[in-house]
Write a protein that binds this ligand. Structure first.
Ligand SMILES: [Zn+2]
Length: 420
């Protein structure tokens, strides 16, 4: 059990609870991104449905086979997630070494995206579902071809073309049709699905980034938790446990996921993705290599944003702290954006939203370096405290209230100026 979840102590607790039959019907996996929460959730689904009982990763039972391929009819996966970095990383791992394990890694990475478009959750939502149908069809066909091609001795160029086509369709599917937060209509459909008897032993519903549900969806979900259907286990995941409604928290058992040691994260990059990590590169940073905006561009744009704010402040006669000026003097700022709209556009409009998160982290890093620069005057300390609280607010309004990054940055820049 949980053999593929490396160095994550939560797995011991889960094994213990499963073996003693004490796993509650609703659980929450809480921890940073790339700490293995989804891997653990999918593994829990497989273990609970295993027909052989022993539930080791290599179990030959029909249920485990379906779960390993992520095609079990008793599994639903909902919640917004940028699946493309993992799909791209896995596709390159496969093209580099062609091994069966990498082929499997790639297929699973694609299915982790496809699963989010299960018709059971989209019925009645005609526009969005209709939009996803053609991509879903092409991906299913291409995956079938891919399996046949790689089982035989197809030419490398043919396989490469097929992989490229799958990645391309996956991108269309994700950018065109994924919900930014699970809507109430989807929760209602999940509720009806949960009340139907399972094909096998257990039904599993995984909701990723459960903190992003809107009020109406949260309330509908709360109703399910109040009277949990038989034979269903709900697994929520989050990296912001504090943003989950206390009434939901009181009905789930939380399993905390730790941020794993650097050597473990690097060995995932080496052993699973067959790639070479940079010095001190975390798994999360590794996946960011596959974002549409490279990490160094995000850092440069963060410096560009602070410069833009300071330029406008100085024009208005305000005086920024010296320490921020000297830190910015040593930063690459790339293209100088004249407006916040241009700046956000140069970041692929902050889509997927991990780009937005990384952008704010880069701005925070600039402030932290400035804070270390020299002894601060009381005025400077107050300014940095206000700027940092503005940054936290910016993250919150976009994540929780779906404000656009442009609007959030406009607001932040006014607050930063007013603090001077
Ligand atoms: Zn089994």
């Amino acid at each position: 059990m949980y053999e593929n979840l490396l160095a994550q102590p939560a797995s011991n607790l889960l094994v213990q609870d499963i073996r003693t039959d004490k796993l509650p019907p609703s659980i929450l996996f809480s921890g940073e991104s790339a700490s293995g929460k989804l891997t653990a959730a999918l593994e829990t689904a497989r273990i609970l449905s295993c027909l052989a009982g022993s539930a080791e990763w290599t179990c030959p039972c029909a249920s485990c086979q379906k779960h390993r391929l992520l095609i079990h009819p008793d599994l639903l996966l909902a919640g917004p997630k940028d699946c493309l970095p993992e799909i791209r990383a896995a596709s390159q791992a496969f093209l580099r070494n062609g091994q069966a394990a990498s082929r499997f890694l790639f297929i699973r990475s694609v299915r982790k995206l496809v699963l989010r478009f299960d018709p059971a959750m989209y019925e009645g939502d005609e526009t969005r579902y209709a939009r996803s149908i053609s991509s879903l069809g092409s991906i299913a066909e291409d995956l079938e071809d891919f399996e046949l091609l790689t089982a035989g001795s197809a030419e490398t160029a043919v396989v490469e073309k097929k992989v490229a086509s799958i990645v391309n369709e996956a991108e269309k599917l994700e950018t065109g049709t994924m919900y930014e937060a699970v809507p109430v209509s989807m929760i209602r459909k999940i509720a009806s699905w949960s009340h139907l008897a399972p094909y096998g032993k257990k039904k599993i519903v995984i909701i990723e980034r459960a903190d992003r549900m809107q009020d109406s969806a949260r309330n509908a979900f709360l109703k399910i938790l109040e009277e949990p259907p038989r034979d269903v286990v709900f697994i929520l995941t989050t990296s912001r446990r504090g943003a989950i409604l206390p009434t939901i928290l009181s009905r789930v058992r939380t399993y905390g996921f730790i941020s794993r040691p650097m050597d473990v994260q690097q060995s995932v990059i080496t052993r699973v993705f067959h790639d070479t990590p940079l010095e001190n590169e975390t798994l999360d940073q590794y996946f960011s290599r596959f974002l549409p905006v490279p990490p160094e561009k995000i850092r440069e744009t963060a410096a560009g944003f602070v410069q833009l704010v300071l330029r406008e402040a100085q024009t208005a006669g305000r005086i920024p702290p010296e320490s921020i000026q000297s830190v910015l003097a040593g930063e690459q700022t790339g293209d100088r954006s004249e407006t916040i709209t241009d700046l956000v556009a140069s970041l692929n409009k902050c889509k997927p939203d991990s780009i937005w998160r990384r952008f704010l982290v880069s701005v925070t890093a600039i402030f932290s370096r400035a804070l270390r620069e020299q002894t601060l005057s009381p005025r400077d300390s107050r300014i940095y405290a206000e700027w940092n609280s503005g940054l936290r607010e910016a993250l919150l309004v976009v994540d929780t209230y779906n404000l656009s990054p442009v609007a959030a940055l406009e607001k932040l820049s006014v607050e930063m100026r007013n603090a001077l």
